[in-house]
Design a protein around this ligand. Structure first.
Ligand code: S0N
Length: 273
């Protein structure tokens, strides 16, 4: 039972999506399969994250799973077919990759609130979030090479940036599980707290983050991503630089001069050394 008054934003079949004082919470709601995801789960999450992007009153997003057993146990093995996870129309999909990109692109911080197992594709989900706060009972690990899958994308290369190359290879090659304390020591978890205080700590972190400048946080996220994301990362950071330029009078002058059919006067603006 939460002590916060979370209000439902939108109803979905596989996730819960709610809001409290500037914080949006996306909860994978399939406890019967330890919050494993199927294509419909991901479609719901993609929609919810798009709403998080658009809504002005959402400053931080928390991603978690229902219950005290699992954050997410990865792709639902019961719907895994040839070529991907089979949706209701019979189409095989790997749409979780779209979600990785969406979390990474979201111009707002995303916190994984890991309340149990973060395994397989569930482990990748916490890896792609900006921060991870875990309960003491959380368990982390990959199973891919054991169950016939792998993520050679963010789930391995970005993981290696957290824990180093050797440890990332160990995590993938051995497919063992790690405690929350071990995960914190490795550098892939920011904080470990008792399960009873997980939500409270996460809300506290969100409140602290919300006191900071949103545009500054956005640019920090872009910069940290850009180092790894190549041309795509530069494009996203450059896009935000353009956004900031558009906020300046210098950019307005160019547009106004064009509309007023005169030469722009850019000399009036300071040229910082
Ligand atoms: C989580 C584990 C370790 C928990 O073990 P425990 O406590 O013994 O519980 P269980 O009895 O095993 O589980 C409880 C119930 O939940 C069901 N269940 C658990 N996980 C899944 C799952 N992933 N799919 C379907 N059902 C699941 C159990 O069956 C059980 O239900 P009942 O009692 O009815 O049988 C343990 O459960 C475990 O190891 N789970 C499997 C973890 C796993 O291997 N996940 C899949 C790994 N692969 C991916 O995630 C691929 C993701 C992907 O699509 C991808 C593709 C391209 C690029 C990237 C990715 C990516 O995101 O990685």
């Amino acid at each position: 039972m939460s002590k916060y008054n979370w209000e439902t934003i939108k109803e979905y079949s596989d996730i819960k999506f709610d809001f409290f004082e500037g914080i949006a919470r996306v909860t994978i709601n399939r406890p019967e399969v330890y919050n494993a995801f199927r294509p419909e789960t991901i479609m719901g999450m993609l929609d919810a994250f798009e709403i998080c992007r658009e809504r002005q009153d959402i400053n931080v997003v928390v991603l978690t799973g229902t219950g005290d057993k699992a954050f997410c146990s990865g792709g639902d093995q019961k719907v895994k077919g040839v070529g991907g996870y089979i949706d209701k129309q019979g189409v095989p999909r790997l749409n979780v990759l779209d979600l990785h990109k969406k979390i990474r692109s979201l111009p707002k911080p995303v916190i994984a609130m890991v309340n149990g197992y973060a395994i397989g594709g569930g482990h990748v989900l916490h890896v792609v979030c900006d921060l991870t706060i875990a309960s003491e009972n959380a368990r982390f690990g990959q199973t891919g090479p054991k169950v016939g899958s792998f993520d050679a994308g963010f789930g391995s290369s970005y993981l290696a940036r957290h824990v180093g190359q050797k440890k990332a290879r160990e995590i993938w090659f051995l497919c063992e599980q790690y405690t929350a304390e071990e995960a914190e020591k490795m550098g892939m978890v920011n904080k470990v707290v008792p399960l009873e205080t997980l939500e409270e700590t996460t809300v506290e972190w969100c409140r602290t983050i919300m006191k900071r400048s949103p545009l500054a946080l956005r640019m920090i996220k872009r910069g940290l991503n850009a180092e790894l994301d190549g041309q795509h990362g530069i494009m996203e950071m450059a896009g935000d630089a353009t956004l900031m330029y558009y906020l300046m009078e210098e950019a307005q002058e160019g547009k106004n001069a064009f509309l007023e059919k005169r030469d722009p006067n850019f000399d009036q603006f300071p040229k910082f050394p």
